[in-house]
Write a protein that binds this ligand. Structure first.
Ligand code: HEC
Length: 193
């Protein structure tokens, strides 16, 4: 009938014992140094860590560089034609990376992936496009188009992102599309202009 609350084996009476080993600072420092060295070596060896900047040449402070080209309908239309001329063959008409010249083993980035927006502020995207990369290969656009065109195409590329509150400037991203090929009739979009 009565609860037996008085068991002597209840937990909670233990002390955490800090061993005197903590005083061996030189040993700890040595181990930490080895770990750090190994970690750095592992990072160097890791090929194309996802989300990393390996292969890109992006100067310090690039993320703070503002896009000097103000976006408007004309800029977006120009960005679209630049995209078609210079980027679509790899990144695909929809930006998902299935263009005919993309390498299926190393597909061109999915430009519609809104979750990568934070990795690609305009200034960073500028240098990715301007300098390109060796592997997987993206040609450096500095030998093909002017800097202002790069900033312009960036505005268009951002409209390809799946809306996730990442492009506040452009609530309705599609610009009138003269080519039916990139136009999604099933979504009820305007296809012919
Ligand atoms: C020859 C094919 C090719 C062409 C042409 C090309 N790209 Fe790329 N692009 C790639 C590859 C490959 C990657 C890197 C994929 C990776 O990081 O694994 C890439 C990555 C990118 C990225 C980085 C995306 C991210 O989330 O890190 C951007 C932005 C980009 N391209 C924009 C463009 C634009 C804009 C153009 C046209 C001016 C263009 N690309 C032309 C192949 C191409």
């Amino acid at each position: 009938m009565w609860l037996d609350a008085g068991r002597g084996d209840s937990p909670g009476g233990g002390w955490v014992v800090i061993p005197a080993r903590l005083t061996r600072v030189p040993l700890c420092a040595g181990v930490a140094w080895i770990c750090l060295t190994l970690a750095v070596a592992a990072m160097r060896a890791a090929p194309q860590a996802p989300g990393g900047a390996e292969g890109w040449q992006i100067p310090k402070g690039a993320e703070a560089e503002a896009n000097p080209v103000p976006p408007n309908a004309d800029v977006l239309a120009k960005g679209m034609s630049l995209y078609r001329a210079k980027c679509q063959r790899c990144h695909g008409a929809d930006g998902k990376g299935h263009g005919p010249e993309g390498d299926p083993g190393h597909p061109p980035a999915d430009l519609t992936d809104g979750s990568r927006a934070f990795l690609n502020p305009d200034g960073v995207m500028f240098y990715k496009i301007w300098n390109g990369r060796a592997k997987p290969k993206m040609p450096a656009m500095k030998s093909e188009i002017a800097p202002a065109d790069v900033w312009t195409v960036i505005h268009y590329v951002k409209t390809l992102r799946k809306m996730r509150a990442t492009t506040p400037l452009l609530p309705q991203p599609r610009v009138p599309d003269p080519s039916p090929s990139v136009c999604d009739r099933t979504a009820g979009e305007e296809c012919v202009r």
